[in-house]
Design a binder for this molecule. Structure first.
Ligand code: ZN
Ligand code: ZN
Length: 236
C-alpha cells in the first residue's frame, strides 16, 4: 500500500467539516498585486477531503500565483515542478491550473516538499520549500499525538472525534498563518521545460491497443507497447 493511503481513508470523514466552516477571508480576496486566487474550498472539492498536506499545497500555490503575478493557468502559461506525490499536489493542480493532463505539471520523485513554479511569458521562477521549522505539533500538541494514533494506532471512537474537533482549529491556523512560517521562497533561474508535445498513436502488434510513438518499443521487428515488450535488465 502506498504510504498515505490509510490517511486518506481516515480523513474522509473530516471532509464534511470543511463545508460547514467559513471560507478564510484571506482565500476569498484578491491579493494586493491584484492576483485572484481560488478559495481553499476549490482545492477541497478537487481533492475530496481536508488535510494538512492539501493546506500546504494551497498555501504554496497561492504564493506562487502572487509571486508570478499570474492567474490560473488555462493552458501552459505556468509550469509547476513538484518533488513529491502527496495531497499537496492536488491543491497545486486545482489552484494553479498546472495539471498532469495539460503537461505543465512535472513530477520528480524525490520525496521532498519542494515546488518550483515558472511563468513562460516573464521567464520568472520561484522555488517554494515547506519550512522545516514548521511543525503542526507546535499549533496543537494534543491534536498531533492523537492524529498519530488515529493514523497508525488503535484509536477509540472518542479519540477520533477529538482529532476531528481539534483539526478544524489546526486547519484554520495553517490557512491563516504568515507565509514565512510555512514556506521558504526563493527566486530561481531555471530552464523552463518545453511545451508538451503531441505524438502519433501506433497500434501495438501484440495487444492491439494504441501507444504514443515516443513510448513504443520494437519486439521481433514489430511495434509494441511497453507492457508487451517486457522487461530486459541486467540490473544496471
Ligand atoms: Zn489529503
Ligand atoms: Zn501491447
Amino acid at each position: 500500500m502506498k504510504p498515505g493511503m490509510k490517511k486518506i481513508t481516515i480523513f474522509k470523514s473530516l471532509g464534511n467539516i470543511w463545508s460547514s466552516m467559513p471560507e478564510s477571508k484571506k482565500s476569498q480576496r484578491a491579493d494586493n498585486r491584484g492576483v485572484q486566487v481560488k478559495p481553499f474550498s476549490a482545492a477541497v472539492k478537487f481533492h475530496g477531503h481536508v488535510c494538512p498536506g492539501l493546506i500546504l499545497g494551497y498555501r504554496a500555490s497561492a504564493r506562487a500565483l502572487k509571486e508570478l503575478s499570474s492567474g490560473i493557468s488555462a493552458d501552459e502559461e505556468l509550469v509547476a515542478i513538484v518533488e513529491n506525490d502527496t495531497c499537496a499536489v492536488d491543491a497545486i493542480q486545482a489552484v494553479t491550473g498546472c495539471s498532469i493532463g495539460k503537461g505543465n505539471l512535472i513530477f520528480r520523485d524525490l520525496g521532498k516538499q519542494v515546488y518550483t513554479f515558472a511563468a513562460r511569458d516573464s521567464g520568472k521562477a520561484i522555488r517554494i520549500a515547506i519550512n522545516p521549522d514548521f511543525q503542526i505539533k507546535d499549533i496543537d500538541p494534543i491534536y498531533w499525538d492523537l492524529r498519530g494514533k488515529v493514523l497508525f494506532g488503535e484509536p477509540t471512537a472518542g479519540e477520533r472525534r477529538e482529532v476531528a474537533r481539534r483539526s478544524k482549529d489546526v486547519y484554520k491556523k495553517m490557512l491563516g498563518m504568515p507565509d514565512k512560517k510555512l514556506l521558504l521562497v526563493t527566486r530561481v533561474k531555471i530552464d523552463i521545460p518545453e511545451h508538451a508535445h503531441l505524438f502519433k498513436s501506433l497500434r501495438c502488434a501484440d495487444c492491439g491497443e494504441l501507444v504514443a510513438e515516443h513510448r513504443a518499443r520494437v519486439k521481433n521487428g514489430k511495434t509494441v507497447c511497453i507492457p508487451c515488450a517486457g522487461e530486459y535488465s541486467r540490473g544496471w
